[in-house]
Design a protein around this ligand. Structure first.
Ligand SMILES: Cc1ncc(COP(=O)(O)O)c(C=O)c1O
Length: 412
């Protein structure tokens, strides 16, 4: 590694799984865009919760139940503060997908009608497409897509043109593309959408793990993300919403916890955020996500970003050493999160991933839950390497080595 590159942040020792070997050799984990690895503090927080504090939350008067409630609600408070959001408008869901569905059902059904437009982009994950397709079919609305340029970027002129029709009710767009790595100017897009009288939703699934995100500064009406990509456990996601919109919405799922009163015929709803949290919550997962956020806050997201920016720049440079490799997405690291999709002429992406696995290099190949984007790019699939804050230049070196060996195997 060259001097001045990302060596400053070396937190690998905090992640027990990174010490694991397979076949007597270390693993090189380059699939953090799918899910991140978990630091010891997160594993310990979940373990400690079950060993020492487990009880159902909110209703119990006994000490254990109070402790569990405090741990759960305390995690929410710290997560909201980390995100620059209000605690009451920070709602726990199972994942980002469920958060988007919550908005599509509880807001969409009441606010989108025949002839209205739901505006998406060609770089969305299926999570931020399919729920809107079902809504549009049901209510007679149309879907429109902002195009992805050959540089992997969206056009704000096209956004303005779409908004000028006056038909856009909602614009939903990703903060960082899980395929291209593109960082979208979400505050600027949200401001334009708002000025046009429409509602905005940002899919922050790749944004929260990689950038210092301030939900209030971004100014979108909804901002969703998923815990397991941000060093937290699976089974928990977050929806931040604008208070007046959340208050105007009907509940999404119905049952215990989300009610204030229940009579034979009718019920009334609990206050925010519990109105949208039906049934027993993912208590241990919230505790684990709280620990993940504390860990990231202690490092500082600016440092995480600086580290991944350096690493991405280093990787973009080194990957050009591989014959026939074509990088997909914006040319500069500064326009990207730590996600690098690529193709190698003459080798199918699945074969690339399979060959890499022989060297314990974990990369992903496929459509990455973005089939419309694959169509736009004119490829059936890509190979993808993605970084977390624990990724190091040595991981990139191992990737480049395995790709070079793969090219030899294929006689390229
Ligand atoms: C950009 C983006 N949005 C949404 C999701 C869905 O996340 P989850 O499956 O945790 O809901 C992903 C996961 O890959 C993603 O990368």
């Amino acid at each position: 590694m060259e001097a001045g590159l990302s060596g400053e942040l070396d937190i690998r020792a905090d992640f027990p799984i990174l010490a694991r070997e397979i076949g007597g050799r270390p693993i090189v984990y380059l699939d953090s865009a799918s899910t991140s690895q978990k630091p010891e503090v997160v594993i310990a927080a979940i373990d400690n919760y079950y060993r020492c504090h487990n009880a159902n939350i909110h209703r119990g008067v006994y000490t254990l139940a109070q402790e569990a409630t405090e741990l759960f609600e305390g995690a929410r408070e710290r997560i909201a503060a980390f995100m620059g959001a209000e605690t009451a408008t920070t709602i726990f869901t199972r994942n980002a997908t469920e958060a988007i569905n919550l908005v599509a059902y509880a807001w969409g059904r009441g606010n989108v009608g025949p002839g209205d437009t739901v505006l998406l982009t060609q770089m969305e994950h299926h999570s931020n497409i399919v729920a809107w397709q079902i809504l549009a079919e049901e209510v007679g609305a149309q879907l429109r897509y902002l195009e992805v340029g050959d540089d992997g970027l969206l056009s704000l002129d096209q956004l303005d043109a779409e908004l000028s029709t006056g038909r856009v009710k909602l614009a939903a767009f990703t903060h960082i593309s899980n395929v291209l790595g593109t960082i979208n100017p979400v505050a600027e897009i949200a401001a334009r959408v708002r000025a046009a009288g429409a509602v905005s939703l940002v899919d922050g699934s790749q944004g929260v793990p990689a950038l210092a995100v301030d939900v209030a500064a971004i100014g979108a009406d909804f901002y969703v993300w998923t815990g397991h990509k941000a060093l937290g456990p699976t089974g928990i996601g977050v929806l931040h919403g604008r208070r007046e919109i959340l208050e105007s919405m009907r509940p999404f799922l119905a049952g215990g916890d989300m009610i204030s009163t229940v009579d034979w015929e009718h019920s009334t709803w609990n206050e925010l955020p519990w109105k949208f949290e039906a049934g027993t919550s993912m208590i241990a997962e919230a505790v684990g996500l709280g620990a993940a956020i504390d860990y990231l806050a202690e490092i500082g997201m600016d440092r995480v970003r600086a580290h991944e920016l350096d690493l991405t720049g280093y990787a973009l440079g080194r990957l050009t050493e591989v014959d026939g490799l074509r990088l997909i997405g914006p040319p500069g690291a500064d326009l990207r999160g730590g996600v690098i999709s690529f193709e190698i002429e003459g080798i199918h992406p699945h074969d690339i991933a399979e060959l890499a696995n022989r060297d314990n290099v974990c990369i992903r190949a496929g459509h990455h839950c973005a089939m419309p984007l694959m169509r736009r790019l004119g490829v059936p699939a890509t190979a993808r390497a993605s970084f977390g804050p624990y990724s190091m230049p040595a991981d990139v070196d191992a990737l480049v080595d395995t790709l070079k060996r793969g090219c030899e195997v294929f006689g390229l």
